[in-house]
Design a protein around this ligand. Structure first.
Ligand SMILES: Cc1cc2nc3c(=O)[nH]c(=O)nc-3n(C[C@H](O)[C@H](O)[C@H](O)COP(=O)(O)O)c2cc1C
Length: 439
């Protein structure tokens, strides 16, 4: 059987710092680039397209984390995913700078009605010629709820509401039939009203009456993307997602996740095993020699402030980690935040106990993803192992310093993947869905 080829995505945020805390102070970060201006995004997009990535993937949160010491001081002070600008605003900049690169955009369902969500996503799908994915999230962080002045709901309730959210989105996406537009100048008929269906939704959480305002977009709807990882989150993903982003610290955990997802797809949702792309997070530090790569890695680690790291784990997981001693062992508890990422620090040492300090510092390097440090061949050895033994279909590459880390990956690692026949040599299709879902 032919060996699977990898899919690649670049994982970033529309902010000064993405998923490696303190990178803004790294000597190689954003030299002569202003992340709040279009040229930076155009360059990043063109770099990823040069590397034949499926997409740039933009994570998002709606407000600065505020649970470390009961405040957002440390978040602001150490640029812990802060400031972060609105993610959909940069999407057209990225897609006009490129012709094939897709964009995965994270947009929360918590405070936006499905009607405007569908309108925005379908407009972006039109503008990009069918290159949009939506990372569906429901706002796990207390700070987001505080900012919007709404009492935070429990995980189960958030997923129930999201189910109905999706039901209404599907109705709106299907509102315009593919051949609804006639555009007959002679008769003056632009669209056939019989083929533009009115949505009539009366649910527990939402009401909506009316037709979608946007005609059917090139992909019909964005590629649906999910990263929920609690039990409930995995079911949601298995029901709706076309691609999944998950973080597991080692190949054994990847394999478990792969098998669990396939089991859910087949046994609960009547979908084929392996029909959803599993994209696992990794962070790479590459150099022509191992010693250079190790030196680079050391410089990256030096940028991380412990307090910023503690603020980040408090933000992502929920508990205020200032209340624990740095040498306390992290307990495997149910947390209100991102359960799946919490697992990645619980197992960060292969099952051995992990202290609060270790957890914070490991997490702050790259959100608990495996860190692959070495030559291009070392890195590709690992990626192949994650595909062959872990069931990965591709990788979400967490940024360190930008845009340099992506330039280095494209120049050094992509050719090695191609040499081994584990990566595409060109884009085969026009839409993100077709490129991403191909084997
Ligand atoms: C790898 C990964 C990346 C995520 N990225 C985001 C994000 O950018 N924004 C967000 O609001 N939630 C993000 N999440 C959170 C989830 O999608 C989900 O809403 C949250 O984990 C709560 O669901 P769960 O308890 O089922 O995991 C991410 C989760 C994972 C595992």
């Amino acid at each position: 059987m032919a060996k699977k080829k990898a899919h690649l995505l670049g994982f970033v945020q529309h902010g000064v710092n993405s998923h490696a805390t303190g990178m803004w102070r790294h000597a190689r970060d954003k030299i002569n680039w202003d992340w709040s201006r279009p040229p930076y995004w155009q360059h990043l997009a063109r770099t990823m397209e040069r590397g034949l990535f499926d997409a740039m993937f933009i994570a998002d949160e709606l407000a600065p984390y505020n649970n470390y010491q009961g405040s957002s001081d440390a978040t602001v002070k150490y640029a812990v995913q802060c400031p972060v600008h609105e993610p959909s605003t940069i999407v057209p900049i990225i897609t006009t700078a490129t012709t094939h690169l897709g964009v995965g955009v994270t947009l929360s369902t918590a405070f936006e009605h499905p009607y405007s969500m569908v309108r925005r996503l379908s407009s972006l799908d039109h503008l990009s010629g069918g290159r949009i994915a939506w990372n569906i999230v429901s706002s796990y962080s207390k700070s987001e709820w505080d900012a919007y002045g709404v009492e935070m709901t429990q995980r189960a309730g958030r997923y129930e509401r999201m189910e109905e959210y999706m039901e209404l989105c599907y109705k709106l996406w299907d509102s315009w039939e593919p051949d609804a537009i006639v555009a007959d100048r002679g008769s003056g008929v632009f669209a056939d009203p019989d083929k533009v269906h009115e949505v009539n939704h009366e649910g527990e959480f939402f009401r909506c009456r009316g037709r979608s305002f946007v005609y059917r977009s090139p992909q019909g709807r964005p590629v649906l993307w999910q990263a929920g990882s609690s039990d409930r989150g995995r079911d949601f993903a298995a029901r709706h997602a076309e691609a999944i982003f998950a973080v597991h610290p080692n190949v054994e955990r990847m394999r478990e996740y792969t098998d669990d997802l396939n089991h859910r797809l087949e046994s609960r949702f009547n979908r084929k095993a392996n029909s959803v792309k599993r994209i696992y997070g990794v962070q790479t530090v590459v150099a022509p020699t191992r010693s250079e790569a190790q030196e680079k890695y050391r410089q990256i680690q030096e940028c991380i402030p412990l307090e910023g790291a503690l603020a980040w784990i408090s933000g992502h997981f929920g508990p205020d980690f200032s209340k624990y001693a740095p040498d306390d062992i992290i307990q495997n508890i149910e947390i209100p935040g991102i359960q799946g990422l919490f697992d990645s620090i619980i197992y960060a040492r292969g099952g051995a106990p992990v202290t609060v300090r270790e957890a914070a510092l490991i997490y702050a390097e790259g959100m608990g993803m495996p860190r692959l440090v070495g030559t291009p061949a070392d890195i590709v050895d690992q990626l192949e192992h994650f595909m062959d033994a872990g069931g990965a279909d591709g990788f979400m590459l967490a940024a360190t310093y930008t845009p340099g880390c992506f330039e280095e990956f494209v120049d050094l690692v992509v050719p090695e993947l191609q040499r081994r026949g584990r990566y595409r040599s060109g884009y085969a299709h026009a839409s993100l869905r077709e490129n991403l879902l191909e084997d």
